[in-house]
Design a protein around this ligand. Structure first.
Ligand SMILES: *Cc1c(COP(=O)(O)O)cnc(C)c1O
Length: 344
């Protein structure tokens, strides 16, 4: 199971599955899918797909055909949607694939119709002004003749209590019955927490599957999935008045024991954790600046900790987000290629 990398991401499959089950229960009568784009938010899309499919998840979402291909063959009964739709150069692959494109533009709709009308999904923009067709395009009959599995829209501010949520919900509800779509889907992780009016037929959580807490309603129900652990390369003692790391941003006011760990900003442990992050459940504060490949921890609390020992970084997403100034999403997607990803 473990190779020789001095840096690993311990992945808790039970926590992943439990998070999905909570989101599925919260989704009520709606089916609960899973966004596994960006390599499963940095965790490993295939590992996530296998575990969630085994738990009963049937609907998965990736961004591009590259991501769809990288997943390999899909388990029976599993549906995959490619959120960015189809470019000309995707068409051959899309036609041969079991995955469906999510059509977002007038051009994409024309392209897919010309190719013969295989099942597709459609994204309608209801006020985020990011990706998707206009509500008016639907009213004008643009979608007539398409074989639509899921009609989607995406909430811009579901993690906040703002009138935009209700406006988007109303605009989306008004599309019901206008397209022949088999299903309607609006809610991401935060949207699930907004309640049954937002669930429609299918929900699409991402962040909360992976340990992110999108809104207060989810506090206490979402477990951490990704646990970074790094090995100690060196232990050292510094005296009062000595400084640590680039630009000497920390100066010791007393003698101190340090452990130097094999992790840095090149691994996604970004400089926002400088003098703010911690490890070992708060027992080992990060001292000085995060380097590209190294950090220093104060390990006064653990006299026995030495070269070659593994140290768990504190990476509970809401806490780490407050410490580092990074979004919970970013904390996951920045985790780099030098981590050995180990499921348990
Ligand atoms: C990423 C994404 C999701 C998942 O959103 P979370 O906030 O991570 O739950 C759902 N739908 C679409 C269209 C997305 O792009």
């Amino acid at each position: 199971m473990t190779g020789s990398a001095p840096l690993r991401l311990r992945l808790d499959g039970d926590a992943l599955t439990a998070n999905w089950r909570w989101l599925a229960a919260k989704s009520g009568a709606a089916a609960c899918g899973a966004a596994i784009k960006a390599n499963g938010y940095g965790i490993g899309a295939r590992g996530v797909l296998d575990r969630l499919a085994a738990a009963g998840c049937r609907d998965f979402f990736v961004t591009t055909w590259d991501e769809a291909r990288a997943l390999g063959s899909l388990p029976d009964g599993v549906s995959l949607s490619v959120l960015h739709g189809v470019r000309d150069e995707d068409m051959a692959e899309a036609m041969a694939s079991r995955a469906r494109p999510t059509l977002n533009t007038v051009e994409q709709v024309k392209r897919w119709k010309q190719a013969g009308g295989a099942p597709c999904d459609v994204m309608v923009d209801t006020g985020m002004n990011r990706l998707g067709l206009a509500v008016q395009d639907v009213a004008d009959g643009l979608l007539d003749g398409l074989n639509i599995d899921t009609l989607m829209s995406h909430l811009a501010s579901a993690d906040e209590d703002v009138p935009q949520n209700e406006r988007q919900r109303k605009a989306f509800t008004a599309l019901a019955g206008q397209t022949g779509a088999r299903r309607m889907s609006l809610a991401n992780s935060a949207g699930i927490c907004l309640g049954p009016d937002y669930h429609f037929d299918l929900t699409r959580p991402g962040l909360a599957l992976y340990g992110g807490v999108p809104r207060r309603e989810a506090v206490g129900h979402i477990a951490q999935v990704a646990h970074p652990e790094a090995q100690v390369i060196q232990r050292r003692r510094i005296g009062a008045g000595e400084s640590v790391g680039y630009n000497a941003t920390f100066t010791a006011d007393r003698p101190m024991e340090l452990a130097i760990l094999n992790i840095g900003y090149a691994d996604g442990y970004l400089r926002g954790f400088s003098n703010r992050g911690s490890a070992g459940g708060g027992r080992f504060p990060v001292i000085g600046r995060v380097s590209m490949d190294l950090i220093a921890l104060c390990v006064d609390a653990e006299p026995g900790l030495g070269e070659g020992d593994w140290v768990p970084l504190d990476y509970d997403l809401p806490t780490a987000s407050a410490q580092s100034g990074l979004a919970q999403y970013e904390l996951l997607t920045v985790l780099g290629g030098r981590f050995e990803r180990v499921w348990r």
